[in-house]
Design a protein around this ligand. Sequence first.
Ligand code: PEP
Length: 255
Amino acid sequence: MRSKIAAGNWKMNKTYSEGMELVEALKNGPQAGGDDWVILGTPAIHLKDAVTATQDMPRMKVAAQNCHYEASGAFTGELSVSMLQSIGVQCVILGHSERRQYFKETDEVIAKKVKAVIDGGLTPIFCCGEPLHIREEGWHVRFVKGQLEKGIFGLSAEDFSKLVIAYEPIWAIGTGVTASTEQAQEMHGELRKLIADKYGAEMADATSILYGGSVKPSNAAALFSQPDVDGGLVGGASLKAETFIPIIEAMNDQA
Ligand code: PEP
């Protein structure tokens, strides 16, 4: 069953108290219904208390923004899947372009993380997306196909059925420039075709594919109305209840 999802990625923003205030404000706002989800991708310092604060909110989940693929060991500064699982975190954002760019995460490392997260019983939100020059050169679909092939197409069908994909063109992240509804739909449709070729039509139909890149209250409804766009991964506009709530409402309106 394909879910609609409004996922926030707070990145490296918010002190502890600022973050918990936002969690409370979102708890008091509109909730996702049916099989749909609101996901809060908080910094590590908020994870445990965000899980506790939302445990009576049946359609809210908490996501980490990264994890290591090893189970434990000498990896200073890192968090393992079992650590996240032990405090009730349900999802992990993986392969975000900022992790790829600033922390040099390769497709191979991301693939290991995806597998570790699934094996640990959590949901990976696998991010993919092309830089501007590749879109301008016209081979964005081939580029993103390569990210899928290296990052997630090595998974068994059973494992693949447990992940969420976020298409995030790098040129639209944090820039204020949003992909047009046509650009988003084109890529999401291509992604679904690639999944169908690899895992079959039923899997393609059941996979949630989120759009990310300057989603805002003013464009969320148009983006989410596209047939292959199942909601959004939202950075800047997820940092305030007054901008994230209308995005949750736009997702709910499509349900
Ligand atoms: C993101 O961080 O994944 C993102 C899409 O950011 P923004 O919405 O700010 O472009």
